[in-house]
Design a protein around this ligand. Structure first.
Ligand code: TYC
Length: 116
């Protein structure tokens, strides 16, 4: 029996002075954490400010004050990071928020991009 090939199963100690616990082999590859994605609000010249605020509150759970600040940052600088999520959640929220504007005839646009 080669104790280095064990799977972490505790065994009784014995007179041969072998270890009580056998460690599992160290994995060769480390598991990468999934990347996070930014949801980005883009400015446009047509969507009313109060509508942008309403969408930010409804889709991203922001307070009035948070939503107003994000809207004004996009308005002045052209774009603003709204929040960061796992990829599928970021894409779903960006699509739903963009669709909310489209349903009212506004060109409001949310995009996603990976962090780092
Ligand atoms: N620029 C728009 C206006 O003046 C308001 C607006 C702000 C639209 C932010 C989109 O992401 C946006 N009515």
């Amino acid at each position: 029996m080669d104790f280095r090939e064990g799977l972490g199963v505790p065994v009784m100690s014995n007179a041969a002075n072998t270890p009580d616990t056998i460690l599992a082999p160290k994995p060769v590859l480390k598991t990468a954490r999934p990347r996070l994605y930014k949801v980005i609000l883009l400015n446009d010249d047509y969507t009313p400010r109060d509508f942008v605020v309403r969408v930010l509150k409804g889709e991203f759970g922001m307070t009035e004050a948070q939503a107003y600040r994000v809207m004004m940052t996009a308005h002045k600088r052209g774009a603003c990071v709204v929040a960061v999520f796992a990829r599928d959640i970021a894409e779903t929220k960006a699509t739903r928020a963009t669709e909310a504007g489209r349903a009212k005839g506004y060109p409001l646009m949310f995009t996603t991009e990976p962090e780092e």
